[in-house]
Design a protein around this ligand. Structure first.
Ligand SMILES: *[C@@H]1O[C@H](CO)[C@@H](O)[C@H](O)[C@H]1NC(C)=O
Ligand SMILES: *[C@@H]1O[C@H](CO)[C@@H](O)[C@H](O)[C@H]1NC(C)=O
Ligand SMILES: *[C@@H]1O[C@H](CO)[C@@H](O)[C@H](O)[C@H]1NC(C)=O
Ligand SMILES: *[C@@H]1O[C@H](CO)[C@@H](O)[C@H](O)[C@H]1NC(C)=O
Ligand SMILES: *[C@@H]1O[C@H](CO)[C@@H](O)[C@H](O)[C@H]1NC(C)=O
Ligand SMILES: *[C@@H]1O[C@H](CO)[C@@H](O)[C@H](O)[C@H]1NC(C)=O
Length: 527
């Protein structure tokens, strides 16, 4: 047990002195009661045999000591419990900082994007390489589990990659690799099948905790390698949706901090409240003020993990929003943002009625960067069935900032694939990242107010401190190239062109305020 409502059990280092203090308290109070009892016993027995009196005193003292011992044992055992989930002997001091980073993408077959010479690593290859490396443990957080396309009969031909990955996960058992899964739902066929193959599954009931959803999606392998990105454990992520993420190898320092986020979720299993006091084992190791210094492909860089919602930020953990602020504020020449939805609104329900508010936290830093610092901003948003019509208005408002201003550039394009009849996720740009001239933020959320306020997500901030020695490209340059490829593609249209479509969309039957609190397993619904 890592979480604890008991302040004495806060952590390893604090528990020891607290435990001693407690024991000495127990000792002194039992001693005084021993003395009192001893005194009354003395009164009663004064006329009796003095030896008997001494024996009795000894008995009481022994009893008190036994009690003390029992209390001590209870404390020790509960402490062991708290310390339980060990970090494999790797500490902040001797973890590995010499890491390799690879950009992984899933590009649906029917999107033709010219790569100008650069090859991306397919997401499925990234996942398989992580599983190849696994020797002890694979830890996965994903709200959706539908690799085997259980909801589709007959199974679509594009579902093959998902099935392959599912088979690999099933076969971990035979290699003696432990599979640990955090999901928001556990009553899912796929998780049942994995559980039957020794996977340990924990559920985080987001409804009870924040009335939100779990959007977090990341992997930790052997506490050494990690994946983070936009993909879920959904066959669509490996076939028809456009996804982007990174795999970082041999990076136990970063994996250690991701594992702390994992532990946080792990401990929320079956809870309907968030404890106010947490074990030190979930305290953030790195953050926006003290980022991890590491090497990414032999190039000096810094990195840290951020999370949301605020309620899910354990001690010292940077909020996703603060991470985004920092990256935008430190940009000097450009900011490229690629997200599925952009909407500065938040909707919350108070006593049954829902209230919509303007949510300016990201909008305002973008405006500041564009108007006051002359940073060039490009925003690539997806135009799909669930695009809120108000998106166009907020985007128009952003664009109008630059009217009659020199040295001001804010461009917006909408990414959309051909009309989808049977599956609106086909060719959807599901990316969720931002890249600037000196940093990148890869997250699990779309840039929608409600996402950050109630939904659980994780982000990774990367900052380069030098250019590569061998003259190669950094991960930032690869991200920028991926963004520019999408931006120049025929699928990225400017809002003016999307206007006709917009009118058509207004006539569509909108799912009521779909950007609101997400329905559970939104992506899993039969389409
Ligand atoms: C790291 O340090 C801890 C304690 O300081 C030690 O127990 C562990 O074996 C070390 N791990 C490695 C890989 O050197
Ligand atoms: C799990 O789901 C199945 C089918 O959807 C349902 O019949 C069953 O009652 C559910 N079990 C629990 C414990 O919710
Ligand atoms: C999650 O919490 C809600 C509200 O407390 C409860 O109604 C629901 O049954 C819980 N779900 C699960 C799977 O435990
Ligand atoms: C990770 O480190 C090991 C041992 O140092 C090495 O064999 C392996 O190739 C490295 N992996 C990557 C992807 O660089
Ligand atoms: C535009 O803004 C940038 C960044 O502040 C500045 O370096 C540059 O000189 C400006 N250019 C003009 C023409 O004002
Ligand atoms: C880092 O190195 C790996 C392995 O050498 C390579 O596959 C990858 O493309 C490199 N990453 C970047 C961003 O250049």
């Amino acid at each position: 047990m890592e979480l604890s409502g008991d302040p004495r059990m806060e952590g390893q280092d604090e528990a020891a002195p607290a435990l001693l203090a407690c024991v000495s308290q127990v000792k002194s109070s039992s001693f005084s009661s021993v003395q009192q009892q001893g005194y009354s016993a003395t009164l009663l027995l004064r006329r009796k045999d003095k030896k008997l009196e001494q024996v009795q005193q000894k008995c009481v003292v022994t009893l008190a000591l036994l009690c003390c011992f029992a209390v001590l044992m209870v404390l020790i055992f509960s402490s062991v419990d708290i310390w339980g989930d060990d970090e494999d002997g790797i500490t902040e001091e001797n973890c590995s900082r010499d890491c390799r980073i690879v950009l992984v993408e899933n590009i649906p077959d029917d999107l033709s994007l010219s790569m100008d010479g650069r090859r991306h690593l397919p997401l499925s290859v990234g996942f398989h390489s992580l599983l190849d490396q696994a020797k002890h443990s694979v830890e996965v957080v994903s709200s959706v589990w539908n690799l085997n396309s259980w909801d589709m009969e007959p199974k679509p031909s594009t579902a093959k990659q998902g099935q392959l990955l599912f088979q690999r996960l099933l076969s971990l058992k035979s290699r003696g690799v432990k599979l640990k899964i955090v999901s928001s739902r556990t009553n899912v066929t796929e998780l049942k099948a994995l559980e039957a193959h020794n996977a340990e599954v924990h559920s985080v009931n987001m409804t009870a905790l924040t009335k939100g959803g779990l959007h977090s999606s990341f992997w930790i392998v052997d506490r050494k390698h990690i994946y983070i990105g936009s993909a879920d454990m959904d066959w669509r992520s490996l076939s028809e949706r456009k996804e982007l993420g990174v795999v970082v190898y041999n990076c136990s320092c970063l994996a250690l901090d991701f594992h702390r986020v994992f532990s946080f979720y792990w401990q929320l299993h079956d809870r309907d409240f968030i404890p106010s006091i947490w074990s030190k084992r979930v305290t953030a190791l790195y953050g926006r003020h003290e980022a991890l210094e590491l090497q990414l492909n032999a190039t000096l860089a810094t990195a840290y993990v951020s999370t949301s919602p605020e309620l899910f930020c354990s001690k010292d953990r940077t909020r996703d929003l603060d991470a985004i602020h920092q990256v935008i504020q430190s940009a000097r020449t450009f900011i490229f943002i690629s997200v599925t939805d952009y909407l500065p609104l938040v909707k919350r329900s108070f006593r049954g009625t829902s209230v919509t508010r303007y949510w300016s936290y990201i909008d305002e830093v973008i405006r500041e960067a564009v108007v006051l610092r002359g940073v060039r901003v490009r925003l690539l948003i997806s135009f799909w069935k669930k695009t809120d019509p108000l998106t166009f208005n907020f985007v128009a408002s952003l664009k109008s900032l630059c009217l009659q201003l020199q040295n001001c550039s804010l461009e917006v394009k909408f990414f959309s694939h051909k009309e989808q009849k049977e599956d609106f996720q086909l060719g959807l740009n599901h990316n969720k990242y931002m890249v600037t001239d000196n940093a990148a933020y890869l997250g699990n959320h779309d840039w929608v107010g409600s996402d950050f306020v109630i939904n659980a997500g994780v982000g990774l901030v990367l900052k380069m401190k030098e250019s590569p020695i061998d003259g190669g490209a950094t991960v930032l340059e690869n991200l920028k190239a991926a963004f520019e490829r999408d931006w120049r593609s025929p699928y990225a249209k400017n809002p003016q062109k999307s206007k006709d479509q917009q009118a058509k969309y207004r006539n569509l039957q909108w799912s009521k305020n779909h950007w609101d609190i997400p329905e559970e397993n939104d992506w899993n619904r039969p389409l």
